[in-house]
Design a protein around this ligand. Structure first.
Ligand code: ZN
Ligand code: ZN
Length: 324
């Protein structure tokens, strides 16, 4: 195998020349016990066809696995081992069926580490190749994700999760129920970022992107929702739209959803000051939570000051929170 390497945005090298959607079969040599893998391209094989036509040589001992071969099991009676015998024919039929009948039986080559691994070593990716699996094995996926979402310090993580939680609670009552059927229709049943076809019935495969994030106090509404595959949404998450979508995508997005193009293309996040701050604050204070009220008020004050929303508070709420 040649290992010419290409760089991509994850900083991890991909191995060139690996067809990411090819399937492989795997079998243990009957004669010497070696594991063999055969590339079969991007169409899965019918078991009957495999039995009729295939000859798989062992890479180590060259024993040929085909319905025309005698079985090499020396401890079996001669009568059982001859290729022509019904017993051997049944054996070969099942041998090819085991390797080809179910997608789970196939193997695939990871284009990040180069290993040929069983089906289950790859995560699902609908619409990708006959096996509908991702290009990289789950181990490599873990490494790639670590690059894309580098670990933040405990303190940063805590602060940002507190911020997100408060923001979520603040806008919660303003969220609209999204009509999923309508969403699929508007986005032509495709992930807006990757264009892969999505199945409305497979709830794990897609997510509703909150285009303008709740972190900046934008509730989920029809014009603020976009259809993404779960993988794409995993990297979008709380990002401001212009950090994730390219310019042509932002224009398209504004056309489809009616979102404000000026706002979604802003280079810096903009706080939503068009929400009813008083209503949000009152709802937030009423939410039952385990954490102490004084602590929650302190966090709330911090976000209201940071987001420059204090002037929008009613005199009563200002007094309640001890803000001037
Ligand atoms: Zn062998
Ligand atoms: Zn890998």
């Amino acid at each position: 195998m040649t290992r010419r390497k290409t760089k991509n945005r994850t900083g991890l090298s991909r191995i060139e020349g690996i067809q990411p959607h090819d399937a492989w079969v795997g079998f243990i040599c009957l004669n010497c016990g070696t594991l063999n893998n055969v590339n079969i391209g991007n169409t899965l094989i019918e078991p009957k066809l495999a039995y009729d036509n295939y000859k798989w040589n062992c890479s180590k001992c060259e024993y040929v696995h085909s319905k025309d071969s005698d079985l090499p099991f020396v401890h079996w009676e001669e009568d059982f081992r001859l290729a022509k015998s019904i017993k051997a024919q049944r054996f070969w039929e099942a041998f090819f069926r085991i390797a080809t009948e179910n997608p789970e039986a196939y193997w695939k080559q990871c284009n990040a580490c180069g290993r040929i691994l069983p089906f289950a070593a790859f995560s699902r990716h609908s619409g990708w190749g006959p096996l509908e699996r991702q290009m990289e094995c789950r181990s490599c996926k873990g490494a790639i994700n670590a690059v894309l979402n580098p670990k933040r310090t405990k303190q940063q993580l805590h602060e940002s999760s507190v911020r997100r939680r408060i923001a979520d609670l603040l806008v919660e009552g303003e969220n609209e129920k999204i009509d999923i059927k309508d969403l699929f229709k508007r986005f032509d049943s495709k992930c807006f970022k990757t264009h892969i076809k999505l199945d409305i019935k497979n709830r794990d495969s897609y997510q509703i992107d909150h285009i303008l994030p709740s972190k900046w106090l934008y509730p989920l509404k029809k014009e603020n929702s976009c259809l993404l595959s779960s993988e794409a949404n995993e990297s979008k998450k709380g990002k401001w739209p212009s950090e994730f979508y390219k310019n042509n995508e932002l224009i398209e997005l504004a056309k489809i959803t009616g979102a404000d193009l000026f706002l979604i293309s802003s280079q810096v996040p903009v706080v939503n000051t068009n929400i009813n701050v008083n209503r949000c604050v009152e709802r937030y204070l009423r939410v039952r939570e385990n954490s102490h009220l004084p602590k929650r008020i302190k966090e709330l004050k911090k976000i209201l000051i940071d987001y420059d929303l204090v002037s929008k508070l009613s005199p009563e709420n200002k007094k309640l929170l001890g803000l001037k």
